[in-house]
Design a protein. Sequence first.
Length: 344
Amino acid sequence: MDAQVKRKLLIFSVLILFIFVIGLFGSMGNAYAADRSQPATKQLSWNDWVKELRSQAIAEGISPQVFDDAFKGLRPDRRTLNLEKSQPEKRLTYLKYRNSRGSKYRIHLGKQMYKKHGDTLNAVGQSYGVDPCYILSFWGLESAYGTYMGNFPVIKSLATLAYKSHTPKRQKFFRNELILALGILQEGHVTNNNFKGEWAGASGHPQFLPSSWRKFAVDYNQDGNKDIWRTKEDAFASIANYLVGNGWETGGQWGVQVNMPRGMDESLLGYKTHKTVADWQAMGVHPVNGQSFPAADKRAYLIEPYGGPAYLVFNNFRVIMRYNNSTFYAGTVAYIADSICQRR
Ligand SMILES: [Ca+2]
């Protein structure tokens, strides 16, 4: 290989890595957008804080043994705090975001994963009434199909953020997640050693916070554990159950790209106003590229994500946003699902 080709390959690899890292931070930024508006209260020392937390945890049913094992030698994690501080504020356009997180490579892998795990995905999809292409899409976006679930010990990250996040509100949020996480350990669904995730405490194939795990995790293979970390069947079913629990409509489309008429009233854009498909059509909103709308009485929102085209979106799009409250995220989930299953 001559030197010039080598150099080009090197530049290309660095670029891919850069896009991957930006995508990763982008996702975390959406899930945990910092709220710096409130002042912090006076800080207890770490040891005093752990003592106080221990009493609360025990009062809420955590055994002293489980607590003490989990907190043995634990100190706040500077990496976690630095990551919380350094969330990028730069705003990408929708299409740039979608095309980097929903890259050709991720879609290609998704197709391979569908071949490999199709039987399980189809069975789970069938029993929950959720199109398996969406399960694959969440799995791919959240943990790169289980290849990147994060290396931060969940108890340590949550304890750090419960102790020292920016605001009392966030501290309270993470404290609640921390106690739920101790409950997961106590019930034996995962060992402390394997309980690892991204820096803010989301973990496993579907990157659930402990509160989502508590509400939606499923023991699909019926071995007694709701294991979203090492059992793919459980992880797939947990994603599907999350969607069903938030109102997923079996067989429902997420949305359709549309053309808006000139001079459309911009105050109608977004999630405050919904109208039936027929009403939007009467106002001159029409599908592009020969697509068609679902039933005329279907409830729909008109959105135009920053730097992207306009869409009419339906109930299932809003359900996707319950996983991560971001239009960019939901649009990307839908795009990957459609691309893996070649619907567009
Ligand atoms: Ca299980």
